[in-house]
Design a protein around this ligand. Sequence first.
Ligand code: HDE
Length: 758
Amino acid sequence: DTNPLKHAADKVADALRPGSGPEEGIPGKPGPETPPVQEPVEPRGPLPPKPDQRGPETVSPTGQPTGADQADVAQRDSRLTDAQGTRLYETDHSLKAGARGPVLLQDHHLREKVMHFDHERIPERVVHARGAAAHGVFQGYGTAANVTKAAFLAKDVETPVFVRFSTVLGSRGSSDTVRDTRGFATKFYTSEGVFDLVGNNIPVFFIQDAIKFPDIIHAGKPHPDREIPQAQSAHDTFWDFVTLHTEATHHTLWNMSDRGIPRSYRMMEGFGVHTFRLVNAAGETTLVKFHWKPKLGVHSLVWEEAQIANGVDPDFHRRDLADAIEAGAHPQWELGIQTFPDTPDQTFEGIDLLDPTNLVPEELAPVQPIGLLTLNANPSNYFAETEQVAFHVGHLVPGIDVTDDPLLAGRLFSYLDTQITRLGGPNFPQLPINRPHAPVNDMLRDGMHQTAVHRGVAPYKPNSLDGGCPFMAGADTGAFIETPVEVPAARKVREAPESFADHFSQPRRFWQSMTPVEKEHIIGAYTFELGKCYEQAVKERGLKVLANIDAELCAQVAAGLGLPAPDPTETVEPVEPSPALSQVGATWPTDGRIIGIVTDESGDLDGVRAVRQAVLDSGMVPLVIAPAGGKLGTGGDAITVQRTYVTARSVEFDAVLVAGTPGTGKDALGARDAKAAAGPAGEQAAATDPRVGLLLAEAFRHGKAIGGWAGADAVFGTAGVPADAPGVVVGDSGTATLEQVTQLLGSHRVWERFSPAV
Ligand code: HDE
C-alpha cells in the first residue's frame, strides 16, 4: 500500500490501540493483536462527575496559590530563569557583536523580556478605573433566614470576601480625594457559588435606564478634545448633561454633599442601589435594598483638605486602607437590608422601588443588620487581585434575585461584556481572584487564556459518552432558579413609567435633612463646580434645577456665581426630612485615627513619649513630627521621628498635638532654626517655623481638634489659632491634652468652627 495518507492514518490508529505503547513497540510497527474497541450501543448509567471534568482548582481564602506553589511565584531562593524555566547567567546586557557593536537579532532573552514588558498593561476599567481592595471575611447573623435561603447569610457562616473600593470618573493613576461617587464592590466566595454585591457609597443613581449610561459617562469624563479635566465633575459637559437630564438631580446633590469626598474608604456607607428580590426556603419573596454600615461612622473630608490631599498624597485613600489593615485596625461594616412587601406595583409608601433615583428613608423602613464584614488582609499583588478582579451583578446565589429595575437590567449585560475586552477573552473566571470557592463543573470550553485542562469528551448535554455528566440540580439540591414573577401583558415601548417623572422631591428631602454646616458645604460645592463652567447657559440652567429643590440653596449659589436666582418651574412642596441622612450629630469610635505630635529637640520629650503610648493604647496612630528626621533624645528611649516639617502636611492628621518646652512656658516649636535669630524669650514663639504655622492653621480651618501643653499655646497664637477657640485645648500634660482631643475626635470634627455651625 503506497498511499501516504492511509499509511499515516494507520500509524495513528496503531498508536492509539490499547497495549501498543512504546513499551510494546514503536508506532508504525503493529503490537500484539487486541480486539477493536466496540462503539457503545446503550448509554451507560449515570456516573458522578470525574475529577478531571472539574474546572480550575479552588483557591485559598486570600485568592493566592498555597504551599509550594507560592515559592514559585515569590521572588526568592531560586535562580533567575526565562519564561520557559531555563536558567539565565546575565540579564543586564543585550547580546551584541562586540561590546560596542550592534545588538543581535538572535538574543531570545532580550526579545522575550521586552515582549512581555510591552504587554504588561491591560485596558483600564471604562469607569471605576482607580481602586483599592482588601480581603476579608463575612459572617452571617442568621437574621435574614426568614427572607432568604442564601447559605452564606445563615447564622455564623463565615465566607471569604474580596472588596474593591473605587472612584468612578478618574483614570487608574488619578487622585483619590476627588469629588466623585465611590464604588463599593464585594465578592462573596460562598459555598453556593460567587455572589457579587456591586454597590456605591451613594444610594441613588444619575439615570433610570441603562441606555443613558454612555451619555452620563461621556459627559462626566474629560472633554474629548483636550482630555481635561481629570477625575472631576467641575466642568461644562458634566453640568450640561445633569442640568438637562434632571433625573440626575438627586445623585448630583449627593455628590455635591460631603458624601462626595469621604475621609476614608473605611468610613463610607455602601448601597446596592437597586431593589433586589430575596427568596426564602418556602419560595416566598421580599423586596430589599442592601446597605453597608461602617462601624467607624460616615465621615468626610472638607473640600480644601481634599484638594490639598490630591496634590500632597494622591494615594490618600489607598494608603489609609492598606495602613489600617496592616496595623491591625481591621475595618468593619454591618450588612443590612430594608425590606418591602413584594407587591405587584413594587412601590413602598408611594416610592417606586424600581426607580434607582429613589431611596427609601430609614425612618420608614429601618435597616436590619444581617451580617458583619471585616477586612483583614491586604492584597499581595495589586495587578493579580485588585486589577484583575471582575465583578458582575449577575453573580447571584440561590435566595437572591434581581428585579425589573431598567438600570439593573442593563448592568446585567454590561459587566461580563466589558470584562471580555478588559481581561482579554472569556476565561477571566479562571483568574485566581475570580475563582469561585464552590466546585465548578461547567461546560464552557477553550477560548483565549484557557488554563484548565478539561478532560472528558462530551461538554454538551444530553450526552451518553461522559455517562450523561454533569447532571442538573433542582430546587432541593441548591440550583439557582429564577423567581417566576408574573409579567403583565404590555406593548413594547421605549418609555419610562409615569412614576419615574418626579425628579425633585427626593433631592429636596436630602437637602432638608442636612444640618446647617452640611448645607453650607453643599452650597460651596455647587458654587465651586458651576463656577468652573465656562458656558453661561449651563450655569443658569444649574440654578434653575436648584430652584426646583430649594429657594435658599438656589439663592446662595446664585449669589456666589453673581447671577440672579431664577424662580422654580415646578411646585416646591415641603417634604418630611430623614435625619438618618445627616453625617453630623453623633459620636463614633476613633480607632485608627491619626494624631500628629509636633515637637523638636527642646520639646517635652517625656510628655511626647507618654502621649505616643497613650495614642497607641487607644487604638489610634501617633506620628511624631520634628524639624528633621532621625531620633529625638538619646539612648534606649529616643523617639523616632516619622514626619519632618518638610514631609508633614495637615491633611494626614485627624488631630494635631503640640509639645511645648518645659520650664519656659513660652519657648516652642521651630525654635531650633530660629533660636540664633531670636531676641528675648518672649519673642521666640513668634519665630515658629512657617510650616508648623501652616499645619496648625490648616488643621484649624478644617475643623480639627488641636491640643498643646507645656507652653505650646504660644505657638497657636503665631499660627493664628486662638487658644480659646472651640476644639483648641491646652492641658496640664500631654496625656491630659490627648484625653480631651480624643473626645473631640469622637464627633469627627469641631463643627462649631464652621459658619454656620451645626
Ligand atoms: Fe457600574 N460598571 N454600571 N455601576 N460599577 C462597571 O464594570 C455599568 C452602576 C459599579 O471594582 C464596569 O468591570 C452600567 C451602578 C462599581 O471592579 C461596567 C451601569 C452602580 C464598579 C459598568 C452602571 C455601579 C462598576 C466597568 C448603568 C452602583 C467597579 C468595569 C446601567 C450600584 C467594580 C467593570 C470594580 C463597574 C457598567 C451603573 C457600581 C462598564 C452599564 C448603579 C462599584 O461594566
